[in-house]
Design a protein around this ligand. Structure first.
Ligand SMILES: C[C@@H](N)C(=O)N[C@H](C)C(=O)O
Length: 210
């Protein structure tokens, strides 16, 4: 498994294409959840090309199932704050080696310089039914925050058949539209950033930090 702290991610060149960040709410078929809302509304935006792919992904879901986005773009300041906070949490649990700290932290928060959310390329999202109720995914979005790290990997063992079915549906839907998953987090998908380029074999990333 390649983590975001892997030096190969930072080595991927970025040929910034200049696409704007656009409002996810401009696509009525995609729901936006306010739990990560920030004052500037950054969380509700993503690159135009990524939103187009998300729109097409939503169109392939079975009737009565939709996408619920929890977070899109994130500022570099906020990313750095979250990374430092998570490293602190790990430090308090007894990890002191800086290399180990960075490696372990990057399982759940990206180092700022390669962060897919800061490039407007990443979406934290889940599936909902026709009433907007979240489907059983076998664990919450950002479940690591409440200490449930076991259920976070896309391929976490021990899920119920229903949760496995729902994760597989999300994975087929997002992969089919060109996104790649961060394997430690079933809810995190990105398109066009450095991690995406490394995993897909693209020569460069289209989106750098914005
Ligand atoms: C913490 C989670 N919501 C998240 O965004 N994780 C990835 C790895 C990130 O920080 O880019």
């Amino acid at each position: 498994m390649i983590l975001l702290s892997d030096p190969r991610v930072a080595e991927v060149p970025v040929h910034e294409c200049g696409e704007p960040l656009v409002e996810i709410s401009s696509v009525p078929a995609i729901a936006l959840d306010p739990r990560e809302r920030d004052a500037a509304g950054t969380y509700g935006r993503v690159r135009a090309g990524a939103l187009e792919r998300l729109r097409s992904a939503a169109g392939t879901l079975p009737d009565g199932v939709g996408l619920l986005v929890v977070e899109g773009h994130r500022s570099s300041t906020e990313q750095a704050r979250r990374f430092a906070r998570y490293e602190d949490r790990l430090r308090r649990s007894g990890i002191t080696d800086p290399v180990e700290l960075r490696h372990r932290a990057s399982a759940f928060v990206s180092p700022v310089e390669v962060a897919p959310h800061c490039a407007g390329a990443a979406l934290d999202l889940t599936l909902v039914d026709a009433e907007g109720v979240e489907l059983d995914m076998g664990g919450a979005v950002n479940g690591h925050r409440s200490g449930d790290e076991r259920s976070c990997p896309l391929d976490a063992p021990g899920l119920s058949a229903r949760a496995r079915h729902n994760r597989d549906l999300l994975a087929r839907t997002m992969s089919g539209a060109g996104f790649v998953n961060y394997p430690t987090e079933w809810w995190h998908w990105s398109y066009g950033d450095r991690y995406w380029a490394l995993i897909t074999g693209a020569a460069c990333a289209d989106y750098g930090p914005v």
